[in-house]
Design a protein around this ligand. Sequence first.
Ligand code: GLN
Length: 384
Amino acid sequence: MLAQRLRGIPPTIFTEMSALAARTGSVNLGQGFPDVDGPPAAIARAVRALESGANQYPPGPGVPELRRAVARHQQRHYGIELDPDAEVVVTTGCTEGIAGALLGLVDPGDEVVLLEPFYDSYTAMIQMAGGVRRPVTLRAPDFLLDPDELRVAVTPRTRLILLNSPHNPTGTVLTRAELQAVADVAVEHDLLVVTDEVYEHLVFDDHEHVPIATLPGMAERTLTLSSVGKSYSFTGWKVGWATGPAPLVGAVLAAKQWLTFTSGGPLQPAVAVALDEEADFPRALAADLRVRRDLLCGGLAEVGLDVRVPEGTYFATTDVSALGWDDGLTFCLALPERAGVVAIPTQGFHDSDAGRHQVRWAFCKDAGVIEEGLRRLAAADLRR
Ligand code: GLN
């Protein structure tokens, strides 16, 4: 029955693994959503909006106060100047930003260069747009970007580079040098860059998130995507934004008006409050996540998993081959019964074999939940 544009795309692994966790009563260290909500002042603003008549369609590009708040956010953090009326569009989470960007910018047969492992919606949307993916692999254990591999992936058919940093699922934060290598290729071949920066504030230790739009020659060719979900622990609000040159933002809007049209009317002013008045929230969240990262990574290492401590995001990846498993999916499917824990196999985020033994664990959960998960793992026999 399924149209060709959707054929062969598996159901999203995140929903599948969360359902598995619910069914088996497992500790869910899979899907990335926090157990604690974002700032109460933003929630109060949403309630006020609901009670005071903000219950009809918001404007297509988003309510002006949120577009202005997004522009101020980009200015405050990165020195990026945006016209909120032409260079900002509000989307239904970053996921719709990705959909809008790919449907709005990619023609059938166009190639999209993207980092592998790739977030599952990227490949689904590239296929729905009729595009062809050209992965550049970040390889364990360090997940570095190889500029030569990037150069080889670019062909005369390349339409854009789809970037993601901080990177899900590896937790890698691309360095300024790596981003410069991407920028060099983009400028040399006159390519667009679409960059998913939803984990922009969740960066640890002395690592730094550098928006590629801030590198020389990049502002005019970069569409930047982000959202309130990760930075402010409101993943269910599904409010995101795309920023950049008017033609690129316009392309997103051109597609998005036929997808959701608009969404989140009462939430949009609340997100503006979060961005403007709760600017310290993401920093405090990152500081707190760092402690939970170390808790999780320490515990995973203790049970014999080869863990890479991430520089950003709220995910850690491990290699399960040391425990004798053929691949991460088999491990993750056995894990609820073995240990009562759920994690995400990332092999499906690859075209190559590089992710075969990689498993992702989320540490955006309560410390108590992580501890319980680790207790269960420690008590279980995890060997194949
Ligand atoms: N971004 C979340 C993650 O990586 C999942 C979102 C989703 O389920 N689509 O876990």
